[in-house]
Design a binder for this molecule. Structure first.
Ligand code: ZN
Length: 267
């Protein structure tokens, strides 16, 4: 038997086919490995993104945990009469606390007339008068006092009004719950100026009056209590208008170190 020409051709064809199949198969294997490498990269990217997402969530959670600890485990302070008394979202004055030495500071008040909402304790009042007159004499700046001592009862109704208007979460960012307001100490006062139409606004911090106050309040024993960028620590949004009397020595140390009161008391 002889192999026919056709068979020979078939045989050669099979070899060729086989060879090209092998090449195709090899190419497919390379393509498959490429695909696996790409999938591995994609998987790695996906895992990295998942990790970033988890970190973001953890950061948000940490912030929420910090904020949710406000008003928890509240301690009622017993040194209400101290000029270094700490009143914040975790330290409260008793509902019955009221200072015994409130006086009406002789300073310009909103509406350019004396105003019974600006009572302060005697030492804080004297220092406020010095601050107002120094601002006028040294820099030609006129401050307006707007809101000083506030009783526990006034704070109850004020906070409730803000909750009704804005909801509790928003109200907690700018208004203290009763017992937690520094205004109940008689050592805190909100000041403003005509340059912001007597308003209590963060814009006040950019005015000549706001800048002077930030740089000079400590000379008269006052600090800007709620600093910009310290909301998670103080529990309050930036309030360039709310000053708190702590005495010249403490105020100067707090100012020079760019501290908040809590840092000074924990040093
Ligand atoms: Zn205030």
């Amino acid at each position: 038997m002889t192999i026919s020409g056709q068979s020979r051709q078939d045989s050669v064809g099979k070899q060729l086919y086989s060879q090209s199949f092998y090449q195709t198969n090899q190419a497919a294997t390379v393509a498959h490995l490429d695909q696996l490498a790409k999938e591995k990269l994609l998987e790695e990217e996906r895992l990295a993104e998942e990790k970033r997402q988890e970190e973001r969530l953890a950061q948000q959670q940490a912030k929420l945990d910090l904020e949710s600890s406000f008003y928890e485990n509240v301690i009622t302070v017993s040194n209400g009469d101290s000029k270094l008394v700490l009143v914040n979202k975790n330290y409260a004055l008793d509902s019955s606390y009221a200072p015994s030495d409130l006086v009406l500071p002789n300073v310009l008040a909103l509406g350019h007339e004396q105003n019974k909402t600006i009572y302060l304790r005697e030492e804080a009042s004297q220092h406020l008068e010095q601050l107002f007159s120094a601002a006028e004499q040294e820099a030609g700046l006129i401050f307006l006092a707007r809101s000083g001592y506030r009783s526990y009862e006034t704070q109850v109704s004020l906070y409730q009004r803000y909750v009704d208007q804005n909801g509790q979460e928003a109200a907690d960012r700018f208004s203290a719950r009763a017992g937690h307001s520094e205004h109940q100490t008689g050592l805190a006062i909100d000041v403003t100026a005509d340059s912001v139409n007597g308003q209590l606004t963060t814009e006040f911090g950019k005015t000549a009056e706001g800048i002077w106050l930030k740089d000079n309040a400590h000379r008269f024993g006052y600090i800007i209590r709620y600093l910009e960028g310290r909301e998670s620590e103080t529990g309050y949004q930036y309030e360039p208008w709310h000053i708190r009397y702590v005495g010249v020595e403490a105020a100067t140390e707090i100012y020079e170190n760019n501290w908040i009161l809590e840092q000074y008391l924990n040093k």
